[in-house]
Design a protein around this ligand. Structure first.
Ligand code: ZN
Length: 96
């Protein structure tokens, strides 16, 4: 895993940290380097969960990205949102 923009990952809530580790595991298994762009830093929307330590962003993954996202969605379940946005993947812990 590569952390960009001097972001902290250890200050994330444990619920999202485990999602980050899961993503990293699948990326490694598929031969990708997970590149985290933002955790609590960066510019996000008003109601963003980033400042609440419950989200992270990563650079898009190439070919195996769809498989990795599908696997993480299935394992993490409905309390997590994994959104493919323009230029990045956003993952947040957001229990309904
Ligand atoms: Zn985000």
């Amino acid at each position: 895993m590569k952390i960009l923009n001097n972001q902290e990952i250890e200050n994330l809530r444990p619920e999202i940290l485990i999602a980050l580790r899961l993503f990293d595991y699948f990326c490694s298994a598929e031969g990708y380097l997970l590149q985290v762009t933002w955790t609590t830093g960066g510019k996000h929307g008003k109601r963003s969960l980033h400042p609440k330590r419950r989200a992270f962003d990563a650079l898009p993954l190439a070919k195996a990205g769809a498989y990795i996202i599908a696997a993480c969605r299935q394992i993490l379940g409905p309390d997590y949102d994994i959104v493919e946005e323009k230029g990045h993947i956003h993952v947040e812990w957001d229990p309904k």
